[in-house]
Design a protein around this ligand. Structure first.
Ligand code: ZN
Length: 130
């Protein structure tokens, strides 16, 4: 084994872009603990609480956002041509299918046609007489 190679790998292993994780942040963690030990108790507790909130708040916010999107995002298809469509549950304005032009609205979490039920769609056929 080449000793130089080991050294290079060690350096690249610690420099993981400061994204957290790994042992690269260990000296900073030790420094942080020492820093907190020097501070008065109430200030240290306040800082820890602030840091915890700073870390936890985005995670909670992302979780809530994900839950809300899963609840309100609709993945459906055009009832006339089966073209896949995406939309929001609370969308009240009618939309138009980009493929067949059918006017659709969202009802009970599904895409439905604006035409009243029982309407029959007929395609015109030209009949030629000899
Ligand atoms: Zn369609």
């Amino acid at each position: 084994m080449n000793p130089n190679q080991f050294q290079v790998r060690l350096i690249t292993g610690t420099g993981n872009g400061g994204g957290g994780g790994g042992w690269g942040c260990l000296p900073w963690m030790i420094l942080g603990v020492l820093f907190l030990a020097v501070l008065p108790n109430w200030l240290a507790n306040g800082l820890l609480l602030g840091l915890t909130l700073l870390i936890v708040a985005p995670i909670v916010a992302l979780g809530v956002l994900g839950w809300w999107v899963r609840r309100n995002f609709i993945q459906g298809s055009c009832p006339a041509c089966q073209y896949p469509l995406n939309g929001w549950k609370f969308q009240s304005a009618p939309t138009q299918c980009p493929q067949c032009g059918e006017v659709l609205h969202i009802q009970e979490g599904r895409y439905q046609r604006m035409t009243p039920p029982g309407t029959v769609e007929v395609q015109g056929v030209e009949i030629l007489e000899d």
